[in-house]
Design a protein around this ligand. Structure first.
Ligand SMILES: [Zn+2]
Length: 82
């Protein structure tokens, strides 16, 4: 005999507040800071850490460099006039 849990998430419980989104973005930004990012196609990988880590960017985006706070600068290829 199995009992189904009598539980349905309400909108309040599944919605994410703007503060939480800000915090998530701040966290993921913080994890991008201070690394030496190199682009391989749609993948951006860190070149300095002893372990492999990185993130994906959309096709059509390009890693332009690292800003002076240590964050990767991602731009659209069309917008970059290199
Ligand atoms: Zn790293």
């Amino acid at each position: 005999m199995s009992k189904q849990p009598d539980f349905e998430p309400t909108k309040e419980q599944i919605s994410v507040s703007e503060d939480a989104i800000e915090q998530m973005w701040a966290d993921s930004k913080a994890s991008m800071q201070g690394h030496n990012w190199i682009q391989y196609g749609t993948q951006v990988r860190c070149d300095t850490c002893p372990f492999n880590h990185g993130f994906y960017i959309e096709p059509g985006k390009i890693l332009k460099g690292i800003d002076n706070q240590g964050y990767p600068i991602i731009d659209n290829i069309q917008n970059s006039d290199v």
